[in-house]
Design a protein around this ligand. Structure first.
Ligand code: NAD
Length: 489
């Protein structure tokens, strides 16, 4: 469904789209899934299960196992055996073959993975097909290339793996986050216990099937589904040598407390509140596309989303008008339709958070706008929303909303832009739009953000390190730097 009926749009001959649904049969979902431990699917010791649902329809997709402390102990023991056994003694060249094989199998099963991801997460099929799955394969390809070159990577002449990695990931890019965690860990010779988010376990379980297909030695990767309690048991387990967490700052803080004072290494990839800074000399058409991609891609469920638009005062009204026109052309609705731009919100809980923060924006005096839009009756939905007249003290300018909500602020000078952009407890990413290369470099060197995009936004590449400052966490994933997080100092 378009946000505004085509007949009412300006421009007499607006395009009419016919439905173009992807086939859900491709997903080949099972009715229930066990835990992936020691190379096979097994039942939980405690026998607890939970259901995973399609956020766009609230239909139950499958029953999934909830791992308890006993299961965590089994998985960590399997990972330890694999580390001390075949994987730990294998040469980098041999390990690379497995990574290449996994990458190729992800490509071969890309359509199935994209459909599973969209059904379980609610993101548009166009995004899972064109972004999540290809980038996940690219991560395995990239790190496969490093596996036999570690002694040349700048970590000393004979870098050593840490051991067993306990990895906990969020629901916004389920397969891609699994790839970000597993690929560098395996390339460096570690073994893994991965815990996907409770609302999006399915693509990781398809990945488990792929690992079997790739004949990865038993126990090298174990996948435990469950909620925060499973994650907490995993990070607290004595047999884990390295904890890698991606998720909210609040949970990251708790994990840091648990891990403090132990032998465990830790990396935290947490929340963000990025500034997307548009100067008056920027190519405004391109900037508007970048703003839309920055905050409405993946329904704004993006840690590095450009959720604060800082626009130079002289062009602010022009940019906001262009942005509103563009937003009225976005299509919100069935995530399985190949024409859909905006899918469902991943859970009722997340929708509740978005609604509460957007309401707070209005209560605090900001001006709220959404394109005319009828939301589907079933499932969890939120229209693309723009707030103007936002002041830096408003909650919508300070707190991570993690939804399709943009807060617009203005600035007059580069100094003011820097001051406002850095006026946040986070520091994950930022964007700068200007015609002047020298200004881009000057701004980038003063922005306290792990990633600064210039005349683009939300671009990802496995060769490029990603990570935050301040409450966005520490450690880098991706690139050569991502290897360091899994190697002994
Ligand atoms: P969350 O912190 O609620 O959950 C993340 C994961 O941690 C889930 O698997 C969850 O089950 C698990 N978990 C919950 N409590 C735990 C505990 N006490 N101990 C161990 N594990 C626990 O976050 P979320 O809502 O799933 O994800 C959204 C957040 O993730 C946002 O803040 C977003 O910015 C962040 N994120 C960051 C990055 C990054 O690279 N910096 C990438 C994606 C998402």
């Amino acid at each position: 469904m378009a946000l505004e009926p085509e007949s009412t749009r300006s421009g007499a001959h607006a395009f009419n789209y016919s439905p173009a649904p992807e086939s859900r049969a491709v997903a080949r979902l099972r009715t229930s899934y066990g835990l992936f431990i020691d190379g096979g699917f097994v039942e939980s010791i405690g026998g607890a299960t939970f259901k995973t649902v399609n956020p766009s329809s609230e239909e139950v997709l499958a029953e999934v196992t909830s791992a308890g402390p006993g299961d965590v102990a089994r998985a960590v023991a399997a990972a330890r055996r694999a580390f001390e056994g075949p994987w730990g003694v294998m040469s980098g060249r041999e390990r690379a073959k497995y990574l290449y094989r996994i990458a190729r199998l992800i490509q071969e099963r890309s359509r199935e993975l994209a459909v599973v991801e969209t059904l379980d997460n609610g993101k548009p099929i166009r995004e899972s097909r064109d972004v999540d799955v290809p980038l996940a394969a690219a991560h395995f390809f990239y790190y496969a290339g490093w596996a036999d070159k570690l002694e040349h990577a700048g970590f000393g002449p004979s870098p050593r793996a840490l051991g067993v990695a306990g990895q906990v990931i969020p629901w916004n890019f389920p397969l891609l986050m699994a790839a970000w965690k597993l690929a560098p860990a395996l390339a460096t010779g570690n073994t893994c216990v991965l815990k996907p988010a409770e609302t999006t376990p399915l693509s990781a379980l398809v990945l488990a099937d792929i690992l079997q297909q790739a004949e990865l030695p038993e126990g090298v990767v174990n996948i435990l589904t469950g909620d925060g309690a499973t994650g907490a048991a995993l990070v607290a387990h004595d047999g884990v040598d390295k904890v890698a967490f991606t998720g909210s700052t609040e949970v990251g803080r708790r994990i840091a407390e648990i891990v403090a004072g132990t032998h465990k290494h830790l990396t935290l990839e947490l929340g963000g509140k990025a500034a997307n800074i548009v100067f008056a000399d920027a190519p405004l058409d391109q900037a508007v596309e970048g703003i839309v991609n920055g905050i409405f891609f993946n329904q704004g469920h993006v840690c590095c989303a450009g959720s604060r638009l800082l626009v130079e005062e002289s062009v602010a009204s022009t940019v906001v008008a262009m942005l509103k026109r563009r937003l009225a052309t976005l299509r919100l609705g069935d995530p399985m339709d190949k024409n859909t731009d905006i899918g469902a919100i991943n859970s009722a809980e997340q929708l509740g958070r978005i609604v509460a923060l957007a309401d707070a924006g209005e209560d605090e005096g900001a001006e709220r706008w959404s394109p005319p839009c009828t939301l589907p009756e079933k499932g969890w939905w939120f229209p693309p929303t723009v707030f103007t007249d936002v002041s830096p003290s408003h909650r919508i300018a300070r707190e991570e909303i993690f939804g399709p909500v943009l807060s617009v602020l203005t600035f007059r000078t580069p100094d003011e832009a820097i001051e406002k952009a850095n006026n946040t407890t986070y520091g994950l990413s930022a964007g700068v739009w200007t015609e002047k290369g020298s200004r881009i470099l000057a701004m980038a060197s003063r922005l306290r953000a792990g990633v600064v995009w210039a005349n683009t936004f939300n671009r990802f590449d496995p060769a490029s390190p990603f990570g935050g400052f301040k409450e966005s966490g520490f450690g880098r994933e991706g690139g050569r730097q991502g290897l360091g997080a899994y190697l002994d100092d």
